[in-house]
Design a protein around this ligand. Structure first.
Ligand SMILES: NC(=O)C1=CN([C@@H]2O[C@H](COP(=O)(O)OP(=O)(O)OC[C@H]3O[C@@H](n4cnc5c(N)ncnc54)[C@H](O)[C@@H]3O)[C@@H](O)[C@H]2O)C=CC1
Ligand SMILES: O=C(O)C1=N[C@H](C(=O)O)C[C@H](O)C1
Length: 267
């Protein structure tokens, strides 16, 4: 039985992660961690998550919590994740990371911090989105340069990063399949007399509002026809189940930097 710690335990994903861990054969919640000063510190993690009392109070002491845990699931924010990775690395623990919005430098820093351990980092842990990554690669390879690519993502009004990590990964997948450098061709902004669309660019559009869990559409727009590949998340539970699955997959890995494509055998 693997003992799992969850950071961001009182957050939107935190509760779903605690429930998913408890529902997974082979996993049990070992600790639930929140930021210092969080009003829910001391409350029972299971009760907070809506899955009944687990007699595990929320703590802000990650180092102490990790002593009796095997893997940390972290869905917080990049700067927090990097701090937590330092604590995990010092304790020789593995990580499953769902936080999004890492800069390339932060991603490199994460790899350096965790170089002697094992981690899964993925902007989206749902099976459906990971299947979409494969479909996008194939669609882009078939359609080639004859179609303009635009990506639109919709999320709730509390989301802090934009575009979503999933949208960026979709852009990267398509760009790579078309032999382009995503960082050179991503266009995040059109306003005023901005000129005709260039052939190579990949438009990235962001919508924020209400309680939208997460929706992504990649448009391949040709002359007289259009293909749309869409994914709509109806709840956060499948992200959480993906993270639990990643923990089980990681259990026999000593070291390495992986993502959900590895976990799901989609490489
Ligand atoms: N990879 C995936 O499948 C998914 C990734 N995400 C990402 O997960 C992240 C979190 O999303 P939400 O749960 O919606 O945000 P949220 O704001 O509801 O939760 C984040 C939690 O982290 C806590 N936190 C902040 N500092 C902390 C610290 N030092 N130690 C422990 N906890 C700390 C906050 O108090 C908060 O409760 C975002 O980056 C989001 O994009 C969200 C859904 C799916
Ligand atoms: O912040 C969220 O909510 C989500 N974030 C992830 C992302 O940025 O791609 C995944 C999911 O769409 C929900």
């Amino acid at each position: 039985m693997l003992s799992i710690a969850v950071t961001g335990a009182a957050g939107r994903m935190g509760g779903r992660l605690i429930a998913a861990v408890q529902e997974s054969t082979g996993l049990r919640l070992g600790a639930a961690i929140e930021r210092p000063g969080h009003p829910a510190l001391g409350q029972d993690a299971g009760t907070l998550a809506g899955c009944g009392p687990l007699h595990i109070p929320l703590t802000d002491d990650l180092a102490a919590a990790l002593r009796h845990c095997d893997i940390l699931i972290d869905f917080t924010f990049p700067a927090v994740t990097l701090e937590n990775a330092r604590v995990c690395a010092a304790a020789g623990k593995k990580m499953v990371i769902g936080s999004t919005g890492f800069s390339p430098a932060q991603r490199d820093e994460l790899a350096t911090i965790m170089r002697d351990s094992a981690l899964v980092l993925a902007p989206n842990m749902s099976v459906g989105v990971n299947a979409c990554f494969k479909l996008l690669k194939e669609a882009a390879a078939i359609l080639g340069n004859g179609f303009d690519v635009e990506i639109v993502e919709l999320h709730h009004n509390k989301k802090k990063d934009a575009p979503s990590g999933t949208a960026v990964r979709m852009g990267e997948v398509v760009a790579e399949a078309l032999g382009r450098d995503y960082n050179q061709v991503a266009n995040y902004h059109r306003e005023g007399l901005c000129g005709e669309r260039s052939h190579e660019e990949i438009g990235m559009q962001t919508v924020r509002g209400g309680d939208i869990v997460g929706e992504h559409t990649v448009y391949f727009i040709g002359m007289g026809e259009r293909i749309e590949i869409s994914h709509r998340a109806m709840s956060r539970d499948m992200f959480a189940r993906g993270a639990a699955r990643a923990c089980l997959w990681l259990s026999d890995k000593e070291r390495g930097f992986y993502d959900m494509q590895d976990v799901l055998g989609l490489r």
